[in-house]
Design a protein around this ligand. Sequence first.
Ligand code: F6R
Length: 678
Amino acid sequence: MCGIVGYIGTQTATEILLSGLEKLEYRGYDSAGIATVLEGDIHCVRAKGKLYNLREKLERENPAQIGIGHTRWATHGKPEEYNAHPHMDMAKRVAVVQNGIIENYRELREELKQLGHDFRSDTDTEVIPHLIAEFLSINSRPQKEHVATLPLAILSPVGATDTFLNGGGIVGSLVGIRDEGGSSRPKVLSPNSPSLFLEAVRQAVNKLEGAFAIAVICADYPDELIIARQQAPLSIGFGQGEFLCASDTLALVAHTRAVLTLENGELARLTPLGVEVYSFAGDRLKKHPRTLNWNPITVEKQGFRHFMLKEIHEQPGVVRAVLEAYLENDWNSAESSKMPIQLGLPIELYADLEQIQIIACGTSWHASLVGKYLLEQLAGIPTTVHYASEFRYAPPPLTANTLTIGVTQSGETADTLAALAMDKERRRSQLPQYQSRLLGITNRPDSSLAALVPQIIATHAGIEIGVAATKTFIAQLLTFYCLALDLSYRRRTLSLKRLEEIINGLRQLPAEIEMILEVQERYIQELTPQFADTQDFIFIGRGINFPIALEGALKLKEISYIHAEGYPAGELKHGPIALLDSKVPVVAIAMPGSVYEKVISNAQEAKARDARLIGVTPMNDPEASETFDNLIPVPAVEELLSPILTVIPLQLLAYHIAARRGLDVDQPRNLAKSVTVE
Ligand code: F6R
């Protein structure tokens, strides 16, 4: 959440920062701001609301060639202008943008207050410029005075850092390191820090606890942009005589393909001459940029009213792309020596596999529930699915020979990354059979997830701009089909004939989705005026379509702000049925297969309570026509493959209800696409 950008070079910074922020607005959009250094001063402009408000406020002529920018998703403090980033110190010499959460900001704020600092915002971030300014001021004093300030805990060496100066010039950088016994001993790290500003930022980040990425400028150091990363994404772009930084490479590709992603505990100094990378301890690190092999993304709606609608319509192409990437083209059951699925995963990942645990959040969690169904029913492997935020603090007992799969479209979700890291760590000291086997499923193979796990299955959906996940969900489902089929082939849990049948069914899906989009969209659109006053929706499904009921409810609530719940259809009578009356529509997913009749009966129970019934059913099904008030039919496919089709009408229903209400479908209130805070 929150997007940060920075620029230093020979061009006018403001426009570059603004266009970078446009690419990052998906990360948060409740306020935005930009700070530049011009003629010895910081110029900071901030605005509440969307980026266009900031654009309007910006002075026309600002030739500054260095600056930082921010688009915010509020964590601490309301989305008001005074809480918008950049934040500055009291003298307005240091400006900082931050993505993340500073967990110890209260203690730091109190200590800084004792030193005479006043704060203007409710944010956790504001302590950072104050802290940097404090270190800058101490570092420029003679050594005696510096030592005299040490009794304050904030300025004393904790974990790392203390710089000794001689008449304003650095002669050696001393770092106090707590050893095992807790005592402090100084260690000389570098004979000369290249800059007092860098040193002050380094000292400051060593005082911060939490997950953060920051970019800092200082009016007194107009040729330096300092950035740091701890558990929040931050990449550097290497241009021609210019350098940029951003929370996502998406904001860099318009300028350069040469990119270096900082790792946790690293900071960098960007000047017009180059980039230097250091550890938080002060060691200079050797790093080389990599070349991004993708083109600048054309972030355009291509005639669609919203990105979300465009992305719903891209789904047939996404299904084709995943199948093309992972299915062996000319495989058939007669030629069984070839592998039908090619995921490129090492054999060790599969060896003696007894359990799979999947960790995810939100829509990715729903995709994982479908994944569990497939892995258990096709490959016969007991599978559990965990909310990452719950797993972190109450992990299940360790199981042997377990594959842990992290599912995150962005690859940046803080809870998912932390849960995976925790599981990896707790297995480290265990017997060989308990060692971690980690696999990631993500749409961003260049994300933090990729750095954390050794194996990735890329979902090939292309960049998704709409905050509500649609095409990335379909792509996650497809990768789970491929993984489950690969495992069933290797474990011989399915006959080759059955495998071939499923694969053939998968290949039909793109055309079937196209048919739904062509035939049903207008009908769904025409249906929506009837829900103008609806305040609650219930979605029901069973078996492999229960997660689709959850996903349908989530899509509707997040973009239309209508209260919606998803239930396994059989659970309705155990409580939720009390909610039903003529004002509460019930959407039932009833596809032929093991639970078809059961769902129809559960829907009848709802009808008996006057609920209006909408059925996502197979085309030309007489029983469904009798039961439901409205039908949104999809092609009749076998139950196992049906989630790929049944979710499409639910996405369209949510979209058209929200669009009709005139809501900001692509950037719904309170949400952000990349949830990089806990
Ligand atoms: C809903 C949605 C969210 C995300 C969730 C996890 O439409 O997009 O629920 O699915 O925040 O995000 P990722 O998949 O990036 O980990």
